[in-house]
Design a protein around this ligand. Structure first.
Ligand code: COA
Length: 198
């Protein structure tokens, strides 16, 4: 299934967001978005998102064709949700995309991360990836719930392998899914015609 970008998406609370593929030049907006997350959420991000250069560097991967990001902007133009899949270009993991989803706390539980994830999986398959994995630490309960709902299965636990920025250790949970079977499942869902095509 193909989707047009940008397009509007109505959230469960009636507000509409604009959904588009992000470009590497959107890095300042992504930095601003991640900077608006609560410190509690930032504790579990994999790198220091207050550092503009890090964010710029990660977003540059879009031009190197090793990352895709889809963002949702509110009416004020601020990014309020983002899904990213990134991968390595060569080697035995080059068919595996890593997923990361983040939604602004004021926009949670409105179906946004589910929608952005499903969109990005279609895009990831177009780009030739065949598996998606997601890693998170045990306290990220919402992540486990949503990944299960999306069709991911827990495949590994790395006990105490993550050290957060307060030096606490956490189990890393690895969940994975086969893109082909995920998308078969989503194809059967009802999609708004407005979002399809081109
Ligand atoms: C995880 C996160 C992206 C979820 O975003 P969201 O837009 O609120 O999720 P959705 O509204 O699409 O919800 C999808 C499902 O997860 C459930 N869910 C959402 N937040 C939840 C929570 N805190 N606890 C339990 N379930 C939750 C929803 O009820 C929904 O289930 P349903 O479809 O069966 O009703 C968001 O909480 C977040 O940004 N957390 C911090 C970063 C993070 O942990 N990212 C995941 C790393 S991959």
């Amino acid at each position: 299934m193909m989707f047009k970008f940008p397009h509007k998406y109505p959230l469960k609370n009636g507000e509409t967001v604009t959904v588009d593929l992000l470009k590497s030049s959107d890095y300042a907006d992504v930095h601003n978005f991640l900077g608006r997350l609560t410190l509690g959420d930032q504790d579990y991000l994999k790198y220091d998102v207050s550092n503009l250069e890090f964010v710029k560097d990660r977003m540059a991967a879009i031009d190197q064709k090793t990352r895709i990001s889809i963002g949702a902007r509110n009416e004020a133009g601020l990014i309020v949700g983002e899904a990213t899949v990134y991968w390595t270009r060569f080697g035995w993991k080059s068919h595996i995309g890593k997923l990361r989803i983040v939604v602004d706390k004021d926009y949670r539980k409105l179906g946004l991360s589910r929608y952005l994830s499903q969109l990005i999986f279609f895009k990831a398959q177009e780009l030739g990836l065949s598996k998606i994995i997601a890693e998170f630490v045990r306290p990220q309960e919402a992540a486990r719930h949503i990944l299960r709902a999306l069709g991911f299965k827990e495949v590994a636990v790395l006990p105490g392998f993550a050290v957060d920025n307060k030096l606490n250790k956490h189990d890393i949970i690895v969940m994975a899914a086969d893109l082909g079977s995920l998308l078969d499942k989503y194809e059967n869902m009802v999609w708004d015609d407005e979002h399809k095509g081109g």
